[in-house]
Ligand binder design. Structure first.
Ligand code: ZN
Ligand code: ZN
Length: 373
């Protein structure tokens, strides 16, 4: 089917180079597959790039304006099988096709560098990197305060030892790829005008193919294995934060780096403790008589119980600060505080004797009160 590249980018046929560039940037950001993570987006993204490759190039644009959609009918697409990225599967874009095309003023590089967090596009290395793994870990508040060391057991892809991750028998059983004659790239010439290079679809740019597959991994280069990984949870970590263990994810292909392991921390609720930054808040009720007369209460801290002195005449809602009884600072020395809020407990039921005593007391206050006026 004929494609309207102008329509794809949402610009007029008379659009200037700057307008085309602007439209492309906007759409590329909107439809970036990493952003919304769905396959439809990846397709849309490829379409946008395809359109931009043509319309951003003066010569190609002229050709396109002249021949319109005849490319499709002319026996093949000049842009590498309708996909400027060679293999172009999501998460493994290979830009060498676009890069390899000569004399083109593409500025795809900087955008992709931004998206993919890498410098010069090197699709080969990136596309072979192992997948990241995300796991959850539940810890207690005490463990969040002081940190902990835990061995995590998980199943992941590890590099196949017999073939050292190559997937080839004994790690050496290769032959040159016939499709690209071992170069990893294929050139396409269409209408005698365009010459583009794309990644060889047969060997995915490797230039060689496995002759005999490794028996241990069936040519995959990795095996699923149960692995124990020591995770050091730093004191001060908060609920929802993740620890990144670089290179502890799934194995990469052909000696490429492994992905990363992300351990997301979930801190269990601890009764009567509320975390506020690095401070811990707890509330205690004291009898109104103690608030008036003074006394001691037992307060639970993360380090154990402590005695808190309630001075005579403590008003309800008074805050007491227990220094350094809070959460460890994640990136600094020391700890936060524990803040104890004291609420005055007024009895709702009184025994006869208590009532008598209180009435006595009340008379005292009445006398005092009268003398004030
Ligand atoms: Zn090849
Ligand atoms: Zn193997």
């Amino acid at each position: 089917m004929a494609k309207d590249f102008y329509k794809t980018l949402g610009v007029d046929k008379t659009a200037s180079a700057a307008e085309i560039k602007k439209a492309f940037r906007k759409l590329a950001h909107e439809h970036h597959p990493d952003k919304n993570g769905n396959a439809d987006n990846a397709d849309k993204f490829k379409e946008i790039n395809e359109a931009y490759q043509v319309l951003s190039n003066k010569e190609k644009r002229q050709q396109y304006d002249q021949f319109g959609s005849t490319f499709d009918g002319a026996g093949g697409n000049p842009f590498g099988g309708g996909n400027p990225f060679g293999q172009g599967n999501m998460g493994g874009f290979d830009f060498s096709g676009a890069q390899g095309a000569q004399g083109q003023d593409f500025d795809l590089g900087d955008i992709f560098g931004q998206f993919f967090g890498g410098g010069a596009p090197n699709g080969r290395a990136r596309s072979q990197k192992g997948q990241d793994i995300q796991v959850d870990m539940e810890i207690s508040l005490k463990e969040a305060v002081f940190g902990k060391s835990e061995v995590l057991s998980l199943r992941k892809q590890v590099v196949c030892e017999p073939c050292t991750g190559t997937g080839a028998d004994k790690g050496t059983s290769y032959e040159d790829c016939k499709t690209c004659a071992g170069t990893g790239k294929i050139a396409t010439t269409v209408l005698g005008t365009f010459r583009t290079q794309t990644v060889c679809p047969e060997c995915h740019g490797q230039g060689k193919l496995i002759k005999d597959k490794c028996g241990a991994c069936h040519g995959q280069g990795f095996n699923e294995e149960n692995t124990d990984i020591q995770v050091e949870v730093p004191g001060g970590i908060d609920n929802g934060q993740a620890i990144r263990l670089a290179g502890q994810g799934n194995a990469g292909k052909n000696g490429s780096p492994a992905g990363d392991l992300y351990v997301t921390i979930h801190v269990k609720n601890e009764p009567n403790f509320t975390r506020q930054g690095n401070d811990l808040i707890s509330e205690y009720d004291v009898p109104f008589t103690m608030a008036a007369l003074g006394g001691d209460i037992q307060v639970k801290t993360i380090d154990g119980k402590v005695k808190l002195k309630i001075p005579a005449g403590t008003p309800s809602g008074k805050q007491f600060i227990l220094r350094d009884k809070g959460v460890t600072h994640l990136r600094a020395r020391g700890r936060g505080n524990q803040i104890v809020i004291v609420n005055i407990d007024v009895p709702t039921k009184l025994t006869k004797k208590q009532k008598q005593l209180l009435e006595e007391l009340n008379k005292e206050f009445e006398v005092k009160k009268k003398s004030w006026f």
